[in-house]
Design a protein around this ligand. Structure first.
Ligand code: SF4
Length: 315
């Protein structure tokens, strides 16, 4: 079953002056229990894509379907429906948790907002969620400031799971944590996927995190998905010159470190979304660019099962 389907989604901000093309004809499907990773440099359109999927921004064109319901229009009933089925886990757990609420109150809030269960039912559910994310129930009356970074992120995940959503959006959920805590949070997410079958979309700059957190990876550049493949396939045989450059730009000092590092800078500057280069948007930075790349927009080609690339080299 497809949980989320974005079809030919384009987002242009700014209207007359200097319009910013934040997303350009993006299509992405997420199936039940699937974990999808989205990587790309700043300005690649990852955040705009998340905002559209969460019903916070209406796309300029294209279609957004959540569980067979078209939610493209920003209507209050659509937003309620989206909030019922899609939840977000934020990058910085400290700023995303209300410092004046206890752990119990924070986790119970979505249940109260959606008027789910009696107070006793909600208390039972909160205790169950604490157990699911590996926190002892003695912490229920703690405040966020009394918890470690990893514990706070577990509370954020418990809150997101409270109303049993179909899809979790995770925005750099381990970026503010140290490496050993990162690994435990990733393990927790893998375990939850196996147990609860909730689909997950993780946005990250970190190639190592995405490798462990995703079954399939979409690589974004200047508002487009330029490559999409099953994770093992993408890491073994990246086909788009941009994806290859992302891997090559990370210091190659052993596979573990190489894939564990954050995205390093790729040669050259990302063009402005107000002035996207003609033809292939990556051509000013691409070591394999030809005359054709400067004038002709590449289409998406399938190079292997589930592996698509937007590049003339593979057309
Ligand atoms: Fe490079 Fe051309 Fe492929 Fe774009 S289409 S990534 S410029 S080879």
């Amino acid at each position: 079953m497809t949980v989320l389907d974005l079809r030919d989604v384009t987002q242009v901000f700014g209207g007359r002056g200097q319009p910013v093309r934040a997303l350009n004809n993006v299509s992405l499907g997420v199936s039940e229990a699937e974990r999808v990773g989205i990587v790309g440099e700043s300005g690649s359109g990852k955040t705009t894509l998340a905002r559209i999927a969460l019903g916070l921004t209406k796309p300029t064109s294209g279609r957004v379907t959540l569980l067979d319901r078209d939610v493209t229009e920003l209507r209050s009933d659509h937003q309620r429906y989206i909030h019922r089925h899609v939840q977000m886990v934020f990058q910085d757990p400290l700023s995303s948790l209300n410092p004046r609420k206890s752990v119990r109150q924070i986790i119970a809030l979505p249940l109260e907002a959606q008027r789910i269960g009696s107070p006793q039912d909600r208390e039972r559910r909160v205790v169950e969620l604490m157990d699911s994310v590996g926190l002892p129930s003695r912490m229920l009356d703690s405040w966020p400031s009394q918890l470690s970074g990893g514990q706070r992120q577990r509370v954020g995940i418990a809150r997101a799971l409270a109303i049993s959503p179909k899809l979790l959006f995770l925005d750099e959920p381990t970026a503010s944590l140290d490496v050993s805590v990162q690994a435990r949070i990733l393990e927790l997410l893998v375990g939850l996927q196996a147990k609860l079958r909730i689909a997950q979309v993780m946005i990250s700059h970190n190639l190592g995190v995405i490798r462990h957190a995703a079954d399939r990876v979409a690589v974004m550049y200047l508002g487009q998905i330029v490559e999409q493949a099953p994770t093992a396939r993408l890491y073994a045989a990246p086909a788009h010159p941009y994806t290859q450059a992302l891997f090559a730009a990370v210091p190659a000092v052993g596979a573990r470190k190489r894939h564990g590092a954050a995205l390093a800078r790729v040669r050259g500057e990302v063009a402005s979304a107000t002035n996207i280069p003609s033809g292939c948007p990556f051509h000013p930075r691409c070591p394999q660019a030809t005359e054709r790349c400067r004038g002709e927009v590449p289409v998406v080609s399938t190079v292997a099962s589930g592996h698509q690339v937007r590049c003339h080299l593979h057309a």
